[in-house]
Ligand binder design. Structure first.
Ligand code: MLT
Ligand code: MN
Ligand code: ZN
Length: 312
């Protein structure tokens, strides 16, 4: 199977349009060793022609233009995007749906709680019913726990997808923001049925719960939350009163942070690739020459970039 990172940045992208933090200003001025990044999305295919878009970023049109594989041109109007799956209902993960309105009826895979947000507080599904229309396929929780039903991927080759319910945050506009419910946020274990190889993708990950740790241990490659380096990054920068935890993200540094978590998985059973994705523009790891980036390298942790391809 093949995975293409379409957008490796968190909400706002890098550089963010109105931001003059060290990273954004440095990138614009050409004084920072860094690469621009679009907002959060990946594409997965088992056959190299038909793709599942996981998250629909507001930057989707630029991402499609930059990715020849998504444009097989088999008909006068055509797209390699066979279906869309959503990890949550965050603005940076869903608003690109509107940009797909000229296409065929869109198969959309998401949980009930995300589907509810898209039909109430941010009614994109209702808007799209006047254009291409959306066919909702529910990603199902099993019972009251975090377990979710595995599914065969929709027409993209021999790939099994196992959603993993996890704790992060519903969007600020959501009715669930203060009243979290299972299915507000998920990750997904993506397995190539032929080779048995797998990737765990979780761009918003607030806590390492047992089902998350199990998915991480199982996977050959991790594409996990790289939003913030430190717990108070946005507060120290003066941009927000919210901590990483308030926003549903586990920072990389500190006790119990993502670096310690990834170290704790061990590398005995497999040479697991560990890649951070959904990186906020304030995060010092975006500076290729930063000590934080060097620290990641010492721990064998990579930083995703737009156009990164993973073959498994
Ligand atoms: C988040 O995941 O917290 C978002 O990137 C925030 C946003 O979209 O503004
Ligand atoms: Mn986000
Ligand atoms: Zn910035």
């Amino acid at each position: 199977m093949k995975i293409i990172v379409l957008g490796s940045a968190a909400g706002g992208g890098f550089p963010q349009w109105n931001c003059n933090c060290r990273n954004c200003a440095g990138l614009r001025a050409g004084t920072l060793a860094a690469t621009p990044r679009t907002q959060s999305s990946i594409a997965v295919s088992g056959n190299g022609t038909d793709w599942l878009l996981i998250n629909a970023s507001p930057d989707i049109l630029a991402q499609v233009r930059a990715t020849a594989a998504l444009q097989p041109a088999r008909a006068s109007r055509d797209s390699g995007i066979a279906a869309v799956m959503l990890m949550d209902a965050q603005v940076d993960h869903v608003t690109g749906l509107l940009m797909l309105r000229e296409g065929r009826r869109l198969p959309l895979y998401c949980t009930t709680s995300v589907w509810n947000d898209l039909n109430t507080s941010l009614p994109l599904a209702r808007v799209l019913s006047h254009y291409c229309g959306v066919d909702w396929h529910e990603l199902q929780l099993i019972g009251d726990g975090p377990g979710m039903r595995a599914m065969q991927a929709p027409g993209i080759g021999d790939i099994r997808l196992t959603p993993v319910a996890l704790s992060s945050k519903a969007p600020p506009y959501s009715r669930h923001r203060m009243y979290p419910c299972a299915g507000d946020n998920i990750g997904v274990l993506i397995e190539d049925i032929g080779s048995g190889k797998s990737v765990f993708y979780a761009p918003g990950l607030g806590m390492i719960e047992p089902q998350v740790e199990a998915a991480m241990r199982h996977a050959d490659c991790l594409l996990v939350d790289g939003t913030f380096w430190s717990a108070d990054e946005m507060i120290v920068a003066g941009f927000s009163k919210k901590s990483a935890a308030d926003m549903g993200h586990l920072p990389q540094s500190g006790e119990g942070g993502m670096i310690a978590t990834l170290d704790g998985l061990g590398t005995r059973e497999k040479a697991r690739r560990k890649i951070l994705i959904h990186i906020n523009n304030t995060n010092p790891i975006l500076d290729d020459d930063s000590p934080e980036r060097a620290q990641l390298a010492r721990h064998g942790i990579e930083v995703a970039f737009d156009g990164m391809e993973i073959d498994l």
